[in-house]
Write a protein that binds this ligand. Structure first.
Ligand code: FAD
Length: 476
């Protein structure tokens, strides 16, 4: 007889594990199925995404600080050397502790974990097939698809895991590449490029569009490009990659020659030892049985279609996270997981998608909440701008981190806070205050009237907000 549950979640990423734990906390009998090898819970985010990339970004930033920035603080350091194996081991330990933490929470809240691939089998049934081919049937009152996403492969440049890399392999290189070519100027390419650039690689970014960071504010993206170019990144925009050839290197080893075309059709070649293809991510639905179950999904993007309550067109089957529409971000997936579980328990939570922040963990960091200036203009919304550089911040000066600025956009008539875009030190933390004020429907003046500690980076947020609402310069 099938094991019976109130909720069966397929996929134990931030969306799936959050939904499973919350539903269990609210009194439901819950199972969560995960097919990742090694019984690792936590999904892309914990295993091959947010966490390992941030572990390496922090390690490589420390290397950069010790090797180059410390001197400017009067600290002479000599004999600095790099142990990539130890750096990778630390990253693996960070990942392991966090994924084990999810297993601990499953036990604590009595979420039953099933390890294997989950497939919809109709009438509330899900079949789990484990690595040994053993099948287990589960019966569920509710089924939640939280199967996440995978790196998009270019048909003419298939991942081989050794020379042509996805982000997963770029997080595991045993040594620093001499020349890492990155196809795609989105956040994943720039974050991983930053890791290997700081550790000594030459990094070249090839981007099809005329700009990097296509979903960020245009002004911020242009300034990020300038800052990264100063750090040594080489950018080729309007460059269409058409293929890659792997050849023996002149001095041994292997070389990869990436072929591309410029906007005017000119042929270009780039020679390196690794190429990272970071051109986006696509929903992961392979083997899930969507067609057999009659689940409606977008045939072009592969995204499962849902209504505002995450329900698919098939009764009792819902979906959240990267596998549905919206920004492919861990905190979006986990918020949806919480909300789904709470709705199932009869609560009425709500998620405002326009107030989901985003962060790019290069240095200086980039963060944003709300529409870009371009989007506001497209929507015909009149806005005021307060833009204050970190150059004016005592704290940023003390830290020797004065690149970047805070840009606050508020409604031209009401001063309601519409968006904040930050390029600067610890932008990832500074955005939280702006999200809170926006969630409460606050104004730029509301931020400005809150006292910000001195000296702190948050003062620059306050100053930019003051400039937006008052229209006056802030450097008293
Ligand atoms: C390099 C990189 C860096 C990133 N950095 C950030 C960041 O800093 N911040 C941020 O917010 N986001 C970041 N992301 C994106 C983030 O990882 C995803 O948005 C997030 O993991 C999506 O969560 P999810 O629960 O929808 O899916 P996932 O985390 O992808 O989890 C889905 C899980 O479902 C499992 N699964 C799939 N099909 C089945 C099946 N049939 N049966 C059983 N199990 C199945 C998969 O094995 C996977 O473990 C990053 C991604 C990458 C690749």
């Amino acid at each position: 007889m099938a094991d019976e549950f109130d909720l069966v979640v397929i996929g134990a990423g931030p969306g799936g594990y959050t939904a499973a734990i919350r539903a269990a906390q609210l009194g439901m009998k819950v199972a969560c199925i995960e097919k990742r090898s090694g019984k690792a819970l936590g999904g892309t985010c914990l295993n091959i995404g947010c966490i390992p990339s941030k572990a390496l970004l922090d390690s490589s930033e420390l290397f950069e600080v010790i090797s180059h920035k410390a001197k400017r603080h009067g600290i002479a350091v000599s004999g600095v050397s790099l142990d990539v194996t130890a750096m990778m081991a630390r990253k693996t330990k960070v990942v392991k502790e966090l994924t084990d933490g999810i297993a601990y929470l499953f036990k604590k809240y009595k979420v039953t974990a099933y390890y294997g691939a989950g497939k919809l089998a109709g009438n509330g049934k899900v079949v789990v097939t484990d690595d040994a081919g053993k099948m287990t049937e589960l019966q569920a009152k509710n089924i939640l698809l939280a199967t996440g996403s995978d790196s998009t492969e270019l048909p003419f440049m298939k991942f081989d895991g050794k020379i042509v890399l996805s982000s997963t392999e770029a997080l595991e290189l045993p040594e620093v590449p001499k020349h890492l070519i990155i196809v795609g100027g989105g956040y994943i390419g720039l974050e991983l490029g930053s890791v290997w650039k700081r550790l000594g690689a030459k990094v070249t970014v090839l981007e099809f569009l005329p700009r990097i960071l296509p979903v960020s504010d245009g002004g911020i993206a242009a300034d990020v490009q300038k800052i990264l170019a100063k750090q040594g990144f080489e950018f080729h925009l309007n460059t269409k990659v058409t293929g890659a050839e792997i050849k023996p290197g002149i001095l041994g080893g292997t070389t990869v020659v990436v072929h591309a075309e410029s906007k005017d059709g000119g042929k270009l070649t780039f020679e390196g030892d690794k190429v990272l293809v970071a051109v986006g991510r696509k929903p992961h639905t392979t083997g899930l049985g969507l067609d057999e179950a009659g689940i409606d999904y977008d045939k072009k993007t592969g995204k499962v279609k849902t209504d505002a309550h995450f329900h698919t067109n098939v009764a009792g089957v819902s979906a959240i996270g990267d596998v549905i529409d919206g920004p492919m971000l861990a905190h979006k997936a986990s918020e949806e997981g919480l909300i789904y579980a709470e709705q199932l328990a009869g609560m009425k939570p709500h998620l405002d998608y326009e107030k989901i922040p985003s962060v790019i963990y290069i240095w200086p960091e980039v963060s944003a909440v709300g529409p870009t200036e371009e989007q506001l203009k497209e929507r015909g919304i009149k806005y005021k701008t307060g833009k204050v550089p970190f150059l004016a911040s005592g704290r940023a000066k003390a830290m020797d981190e004065q690149d970047g600025y805070v840009k606050v956009l508020s409604d031209a008539t009401t001063d309601k806070l519409l968006a904040v875009h930050i390029l600067g030190p610890r932008a990832s933390d500074l955005i939280a205050e702006c999200v809170t004020v926006m969630e409460y429907g606050g104004s730029a003046e509301d931020i400005a009237r809150c006292t910000h500690s001195h000296p702190s980076l948050a003062e620059t947020v306050g100053d930019a907000a003051r400039m937006a609402y008052s229209g006056l310069p802030v450097n008293f």
